[in-house]
Design a protein around this ligand. Structure first.
Ligand code: KIV
Length: 263
């Protein structure tokens, strides 16, 4: 199989074909996900909670993400890998260069950063230095102490407009993918329609170009899963069938339905 590229993902958006992505942290699951047909994986700083057992993503370091990125790359040599730049590893553009270099050397194809238009310069400078950037707007877990919890974002018209403006500014700065987390489905559609780049939703309704789930949520492992999460293992009884069902439901638009979305 040939490696998946950003051009492939843009083509899917152009053809209005939805695609499923998932978080992965180790070689065995990465291999299984790739075998079932998931070609895009995120080494998310959610590993601070799912793998390390912390109550937020804040303790995660660049070294942690590098370690897991190497493992995922070993398990899925042809997948397109997005690796999270963790908390405080991109506070300045200069700091982001060193952090991004470590993740790209570990096998990432792209780095993901959380935040709005204050990151435009960082996105531009990383892109100029051959590092593709995925943005992350809406509920940005690294800002949990500012947001006051893991809450739905963009509910007021002002907040929605600000999020849309941020997305457009970041795309103009060179962002090549966007993750939109926990926003009303209608706002996610506005952002998806406004951008040329693919938009990946999580808790953002079924009108984005793609979906992502934390693998522990998709497999029913998370003790207190968020409203938008669906346990595909419960419906199928084995992991391969669960992943196949997740892919099928994302591609058809069946997941997320209204019960797993915010309106
Ligand atoms: O860290 C992570 O797993 C993420 C997803 C929730 C998108 O950022």
């Amino acid at each position: 199989m040939k490696p998946t590229t950003l051009a492939d993902l843009r083509q899917l958006k152009k053809e209005k074909r939805k695609f499923a992505t998932i978080t992965a942290y180790d070689a065995s699951f990465a291999h299984l996900f790739a075998e079932q047909g998931i070609n895009v994986m995120l080494i998310g700083d959610s590993l601070g909670m799912t793998v390390q057992g912390f109550d937020s993503t804040l303790p995660v370091t660049v070294e942690d993400i590098s370690y897991h990125t190497r493992s995922v790359r070993n398990g899925a040599p042809n997948a397109f890998l997005i690796a999270d730049l963790p908390f405080m590893s991109y506070a300045t553009p200069e700091q982001s260069f060193a952090s991004a270099a470590a993740l790209m050397r570990a096998g990432a194809n792209m780095v993901k950063i959380e935040g709005g238009d204050w990151l435009c310069n960082t996105v531009k400078m990383l892109a100029e230095r051959a590092v593709p950037v995925c943005g992350h707007l809406g509920l940005t877990p690294q800002s949990v102490n500012i947001l006051g919890g893991y809450k739905v974002q963009g509910r007021s018209e002002d907040a929605a407009q600000k999020l849309l403006n941020d997305a457009i500014a970041l795309e103009n700065a060179g962002m090549q993918l966007l993750v939109l987390e926990c926003v009303p489905a209608e706002l996610a559609k506005r952002v998806t329609d406004a951008l040329d780049i693919p938009v990946i939703g999580i808790g953002a309704g079924n009108m984005t170009d793609a979906q992502i789930l934390v693998m522990h949520d998709a497999l029913g492992i998370t003790a207190k899963a968020p409203k938008f999460a669906k346990d595909f293992l419960k419906e199928t009884g084995n992991i391969r069938d669960a992943i196949n069902l997740y892919i099928e439901e994302v591609e058809s638009g069946a997941y997320p339905d209204k019960a797993h979305s915010f309106n």
